[in-house]
Design a protein around this ligand. Structure first.
Ligand SMILES: [Zn+2]
Ligand SMILES: [Zn+2]
Length: 311
């Protein structure tokens, strides 16, 4: 892993918990793919029940392997999580996955409302320009996975990545457009409609082949049309998991639901099948909300699994 930058404290925190020190930009080479993590926010010392209502700090402490993973769970049983995007470079392709919350978006969750973060500065400091991105993949259409698709310019929400095809899985797009999803907060209005109006959107299947060794795999449950991005360069397989897991602890018990899971039972089955497959194939997993060291491999541990960060 090449550490590109150390930006110190990342200034966006949950209201009562703490931002933590981390690398805001990290880069790995996996086979012939280069993957860069661009962090928007990282928060530590979060009580696990904030995201996982069925568990307590004692449950986290009982997964003793988490303590070896350098800060993702602390001795008191609190956890750390990130909001981050990944950029995958393979051949001539430069693909952005899940562009975070974005700036200036009006959101009902206070810790995502009207943000002002230097995420786009980090994107540039990592060597990218907005025109480089040829494809934007959304694992799903929650607020924290599409925000940087647009920026407010002269009062209008305007596409950021004007050369990119923005991919939306059909049933996920339908779900995001429902009246229920559009009350109180409106990622569809400020982050999706401008892309549709600009002709930059492609509606794709949940198992779409994207070329150059990239393909979507259907991983429903967290949302109806949730997908993960598989990258197979002929060497080590890599997958960006999205929100089928929110924290490494869900490897240790796939039945642990995250508070935002639309269909918790389906999400649990999806996690188990996904982890079994990744374990069998030696796939490197990039966890979209995983803090500190978001890439690792899955090892069998009794009836479940454990996550081992890449060295
Ligand atoms: Zn989500
Ligand atoms: Zn998320």
């Amino acid at each position: 892993m090449v550490r590109l930058a150390r930006s110190g404290v990342i200034g966006v925190a949950l209201p009562v918990y703490s931002s933590c020190m981390t690398d805001a930009t990290q880069r790995w080479q996996i086979g012939s793919a280069t993957i860069t993590a661009l962090v928007e926010s990282e928060t530590a010392r979060v009580p696990p029940q904030f995201f996982f209502p069925s568990i307590t700090a004692d449950d986290v402490r009982s997964m003793d392997w988490l303590a070896d993973e350098d800060g993702i769970a602390d001795p008191g049983g609190a956890i750390a999580m990130r909001v981050q995007a990944f950029v995958v470079q393979i051949g001539t392709r430069t693909v952005l996955v899940d562009p975070c919350v974005g700036n200036g978006k009006q959101r009902s969750l206070p810790f995502w409302n009207d943000l002002s973060t230097p995420w786009l500065d980090r994107f540039h400091e990592a060597g990218f320009s907005v025109g480089d991105i040829d494809t934007v993949v959304h694992t799903h259409l929650h607020d924290d996975h599409l925000g940087w698709d647009t920026q407010r310019i002269d009062g209008e929400w305007t596409p950021t990545f004007a050369n990119a095809r923005h991919l939306y899985v059909g049933n996920e797009l339908d779900w995001a457009a429902t009246e229920e999803r559009r009350t109180g907060q409106d990622p569809f209005g400020d982050s999706i409609e401008p892309i549709l109006r600009a002709g930059l959107a492609d509606v794709v299947a949940a198992d779409a082949e994207l070329g150059d060794g990239l393909r979507l795999i259907s991983t429903p449950g967290h949302t109806p049309g949730h997908v993960s991005l598989a990258i197979d360069t002929g060497g080590e397989p890599l997958v960006i998991s999205g929100d089928l897991m929110h924290h490494q602890l869900q490897c240790g018990d796939t039945s642990i639901a995250e508070v935002g899971d639309c269909d918790a039972a389906l999400a649990s089955r999806t996690r188990a099948a996904f982890l079994d497959d990744c374990c069998s194939n030696g796939t490197v997993v990039a966890g979209t909300h995983f803090a500190m060291a978001p890439l690792g491999r899955v090892e069998r541990a009794g009836a479940a699994w454990r996550f081992r960060r890449l060295a």
